[in-house]
Design a protein around this ligand. Structure first.
Ligand code: BTN
Length: 245
């Protein structure tokens, strides 16, 4: 299968996102590139969390894109598109996943993939983006402190060839990146909401230690989550300001 981007395969690295950022800062990346690691010593998750992944078991990689086709104020489109690409990819394997706002990928109540996007901005547009993805593929057991992780192997009771999985995933991502490059986001929000975990369902949330019931009704262009609270108020939250309970 044709690979959409050149790939740098590393045996061991601290974090593929850090490695990519370092290369960018030294002007050593001249074209859009994927960096994969067999092992990450210090894989990073969102909010300074650690991303743990068994050596050689899963996909841990970063895609470097030159994203000057995205206005800084629209940067959430990248999160939406990459999330949808992973949903499309999992559908190839008949895995029905959802996007847990803003960009965690869940199968029922278990996380199968995480995304860490780090953008550099110049003037009003993005300059480049490091899109880090961790996808649980062949890992059967996770550390006790990672209670809700799940892998393709656990879901489908078989092992996968990582290179084939990567090729398929990169092709799904390429489709969505091309969609963004066409600069018309008309269907993006609808697609995102159609695949959003607990969209339109009554649910309990917590914000600033206050629990409340509400229904997710929308996401703003900024990425804010819109919840219609049980008492009729329309509330908007930025990342980490609200939790599902
Ligand atoms: C999250 O859900 O918290 C985001 C996890 C992102 C993990 C990936 S693995 C490849 C890339 N390199 C990193 O250090 N992190 C991302």
């Amino acid at each position: 299968m044709k690979q959409p981007w050149p790939i740098i395969s590393l045996n061991s690295v601290s974090s593929t996102n850090n490695y990519a950022s370092q290369l960018l800062s030294e002007n050593k990346i001249v074209e859009e590139t994927v960096i994969t690691a067999y092992k990450q010593e210090h894989g990073r998750g969102q909010q300074d969390n650690i991303w743990e992944s068994g050596t050689g078991k899963n996909l841990t990689f970063s895609l470097v894109l030159f994203t000057n086709f995205i206005e800084a104020k629209n940067q959430f489109v990248l999160s939406q598109a990459i999330s949808l690409a992973i949903i499309d990819f999992l559908r190839l394997y008949k895995i029905n996943a959802k996007i847990k706002w803003p960009n965690d990928i869940y199968v029922n109540e278990n996380k199968i993939a995480g995304i860490l996007i780090e953008n550099s901005v110049m003037d009003n547009t993005l300059l480049h983006s490091v899109i880090g993805i961790g996808l649980n593929v062949n890992q059967g057991h996770f550390a006790k402190n990672i209670s809700n992780a799940i892998s393709m192997k656990t879901l489908l009771s078989k092992e996968f060839v990582l290179q084939e999985v990567l090729d398929n995933l990169l092709n799904c991502i390429k489709n969505w990146v091309d969609y963004l490059k066409a600069n018309n986001y008309s269907d993006l929000k609808k697609e995102y909401l159609d695949n959003l975990y607990r969209f339109g369902e009554k649910n309990m949330f917590s914000s600033k230690a206050v629990d409340f019931s509400g229904t997710i009704t929308d996401v703003e262009e900024t990425g804010e989550l819109v919840i219609l609270a049980g008492d009729g108020r329309k509330l908007k939250f930025m990342f980490k300001e609200v939790q599902f309970i």
